[in-house]
Design a protein around this ligand. Structure first.
Ligand code: SAH
Length: 304
């Protein structure tokens, strides 16, 4: 294998059961001796086989046999283990092209130029690359869409808030997935609010307060009367950054209904413990986590 072949790093994949996937530890905690620890990602490729999961560990360099054995030991049910260099067209490379459609479960985020990529059954979200953040290519947006896709297989939501909406991509995805829900989307940046308004039009989703529509507000965190008037939410999504996510944890926890779900992203893996800790203080406990590269997506619920 030449160095060029492995320029994108290496991946170890294995099949495992749901129990092992959900028990996946923080790699830095279990292997504090590793200078450059791999990032781990677990996925359930087929919702009809809920006990068949796939774990992928991403390494900068080819892992040696000892490291492979240590990773495998974290997944007692592991079978079909393979180690291989990452191919050229990996997700990161794709993301940098910035115009390619991005698929996350049933969601397909695409620009107008790629409408032909939409397949029957897709929840297609037309988003142009522009001034606001959120064209689907970033790992955090992708992670949130995957979380919404998984939640959509298990439960319904009626009252949704998307904080730090950027282009509106996640609010649109949620509103299209749960068509009877009322959704409010907010951003601290007035440009994002304007971009989201245009994206609602492009995606034929009405702006407004009733079911099936998205209300837009400019706000820092939960600091807007409308955000409180519409609470409690059964689903809150917030893809911001670790600092603001911690700052708003108390408000977000108060605005979430007991049993409601919170999807958080924008934090780095190294910040996950702190963010989870802040939310745990306010009665929110993790029910899921997945990760692409350094960007985890946390799924929490408020203890009923
Ligand atoms: N939700 C989109 C955009 C995420 S980028 C997506 O998933 O792709 C983060 C967004 O949060 C930016 O648009 C930024 O303007 C906004 N933001 C940053 N700090 C914020 C805060 N304190 N309150 C609300 N929005 C904030």
């Amino acid at each position: 294998m030449s160095a060029d072949d492995a320029a994108n790093g290496w991946a170890l994949t294995l099949a495992c059961n749901r129990c092992d996937a959900e028990a996946m530890p923080e790699i830095g905690e279990v292997f504090p001796d590793l200078v450059d620890p791999p990032t781990l990602n677990v996925e359930e490729p087929d919702p009809d086989q809920p006990d068949a999961w796939v774990m992928t560990a991403y390494f900068a360099d080819e892992p040696d046999a000892a490291l492979v054995a240590r990773i495998m030991a974290l997944f007692p049910s592991a079978t079909d283990m393979q180690v291989a260099p990452l191919p050229d067209a990996d997700w990161t490379t794709l993301s940098q092209r910035n115009l390619e459609p991005v698929r996350a479960g049933r969601f397909l985020v695409h620009t107008a130029a790629h409408r032909d990529a939409v397949r029957p059954g897709d929840i297609a979200l037309a988003i142009e690359a522009g001034l606001a953040f959120g064209t689907g290519q970033h790992a955090t947006t992708h992670g949130c869409l995957l979380a919404l896709d998984r939640l959509g297989r298990r439960r319904g939501f009626r009252n949704i808030a998307d904080l730090g909406t950027g282009t509106g991509v996640l609010a649109l995805g949620a509103a299209r997935r749960w068509r009877k829900a009322k959704t409010i989307a907010s951003d601290i940046d007035p440009v994002s609010v304007a971009v989201t308004r245009a994206n609602l039009r492009d995606n034929h989703v009405g702006a407004g307060r009733c079911a099936g529509r998205i209300e837009l507000v400019e706000a820092a965190g939960m600091q807007h009367l409308r955000l409180w008037q519409r609470a409690p939410y059964d689903l809150i999504i917030a893809n911001i950054l670790a600092g603001p996510l911690i700052d708003i944890s108390r408000d977000v926890a108060r605005a979430l209904a007991p049993g409601g779900v919170l999807v958080l992203a924008g934090l780095l893996q190294s910040q996950a413990l702190r963010v989870r800790g802040a939310y745990r203080q306010h009665g929110l406990v993790p029910i899921g986590q997945h990760r692409r590269g350094e960007w985890p997506c946390l799924v929490l619920t408020k203890i009923a």
